[in-house]
Design a protein. Structure first.
Length: 414
């Protein structure tokens, strides 16, 4: 073992100094490893970052789990369900539930002097978790929303404000059609921007009290409940557990509870995000293949150049296995150096993109304005380990070329 290691070190030092070993072959082998590993790190970081960013925006608007009326599926003109203190307490008692909040919606229209725009007024109560909107707030403030009085204050998206030429502090007229047309004059106290166009172009936030009055509901009636859980990986299990206890149950006013997870509410978005995983696997497979084949070509060139040395070692009694180990150790040194460069390039890209957002995206298409990246140390370590193991395993077969070299003829090899 030691003999193989030290011989490999000597060959490596000679190759590093350009002595008696094909420098281009060594450089090509290391470049293949470096480029392949850098691409894998960047791909995984970008895909995980993108999936996390988009998923968090969807959850920010709709929480992890929603309980609505069974008769109000896929409509913003909702039918109410009763959510009183007993329902709140029952939902909060689940170990994985972190937060519970009510909401009500009412579709309507904003009209200005020279434009109009459809929208959905979303009312929330004092228990509303405003962290998501606060993180994306551009101007103004998020008011203290109430379930007992209407403040006539509203938080609007930057997209709607731009379309309607509105600014912070403006008064807007909103109209709602039910049996008759009802109007409300609201004051813009906050402007947010998430770049998630499906929601930015639609929702205005206000007091739940106002929306319930527009809908003509009782104080304990709402469009639904939004539930946040502690661990996203347990989403399906928690949804199933709550659904077993709640689905198809009648409330005190005749409404029927219906439980759905955020993935069930937005199947197209999450199917698209899951499809990205396939792209990652394809890129990882191709890059490992490229890295492995460049190492194979480099190793074969080195073996051919060292045919004379192989013959001498065999004449001195070294076995084929010992010589093969020598060249495999040499390959490990090259792979290691290539991996250092690959990690440096990949992690440098991730750092620069995180800090400066160099590469931009169209938010209308991708829901984010810059390429997001995510640092996952465990995944990066697994990529490095996998690259090393697969590359070495791919070299085991070509190393058998050493067994075909005859000592007598090889020592005359030039």
């Amino acid at each position: 073992m030691r003999l193989s290691y030290f011989l490999a070190r000597r060959i490596y030092r000679e190759s590093d100094g350009g002595k008696r070993v094909s420098r281009p072959a060594v450089l090509i082998a290391m470049a293949g490893i470096a480029i392949g590993l850098a691409v894998m790190i960047i791909t995984v970081a970008v895909v995980i970052g993108f999936k996390t960013e988009v998923r968090n925006k969807v959850i920010g608007f709709g929480s992890h789990i929603q309980i609505t009326n069974l008769d109000a599926v896929s409509s913003y003109e909702t039918h109410p369900v009763v959510v009183d203190d007993s329902v709140f307490a029952a939902l909060s008692n689940y170990p994985e539930v972190a937060h519970v909040e009510r909401y009500s919606t009412k579709p309507g229209m904003i009209k200005t002097d020279d434009a109009f725009q459809g929208m959905v007024l979303k009312g929330v109560g004092p228990e509303f978790d405003n962290r998501f909107i606060k993180d994306h707030l551009l101007e103004g403030e998020i008011p203290a929303f109430s379930d007992s009085a209407s403040s006539n204050k509203v938080v609007i998206s930057k997209a709607l404000a731009t379309k309607l030429k509105l600014k912070l502090g403006d008064k807007i007229y909103t109209y709602f059609i039910q049996d008759d047309i009802r109007a409300r004059r609201l004051s813009i106290v906050g402007i947010y921007q998430t770049n998630f166009s499906e929601y930015d172009n639609l929702f205005l936030l206000t007091d739940i009290c106002m929306v319930n009055r527009l809908n003509g509901w009782q104080p304990e009636q709402v469009s639904g409940v939004e539930i946040q859980i502690r661990d996203y990986s347990k989403l399906k299990d928690v949804t199933y557990e709550i659904a077993i206890d709640t689905d198809n149950r009648k409330d005190s006013l005749g409404g029927t509870y219906y439980v759905r997870s955020i993935e069930q509410l937005n199947p197209q978005i999450f199917a698209w995000l899951n499809l990205l995983d396939l792209n990652v696997w394809v890129i990882l497979f191709l890059m490992v293949g490229v890295a492995g084949f460049t190492m194979i070509s480099g190793l074969l060139i080195i073996i051919i150049e060292r045919t004379n040395m192989i013959g001498i070692l065999k004449a001195l009694g070294a076995t084929n296995f010992t010589i093969r180990k020598t060249f495999l150790w040499f390959a490990v040194f090259l792979i290691g150096k290539g991996m250092i460069w690959g990690n440096a390039v990949g992690l440098a890209f991730c750092f620069l993109q995180t800090q400066f957002g160099i590469f931009k995206l169209d938010p209308e298409t991708y829901y984010v304005d810059t390429v997001p990246v995510s640092f996952n140390v465990l995944l990066f370590l697994l990529i490095n380990l996998g690259t090393l193991l697969v590359s070495v395993m791919m070299l085991i077969g070509p190393s058998f070329l050493i067994t075909k070299i005859n000592p007598a003829s090889s020592m005359r090899y030039e």
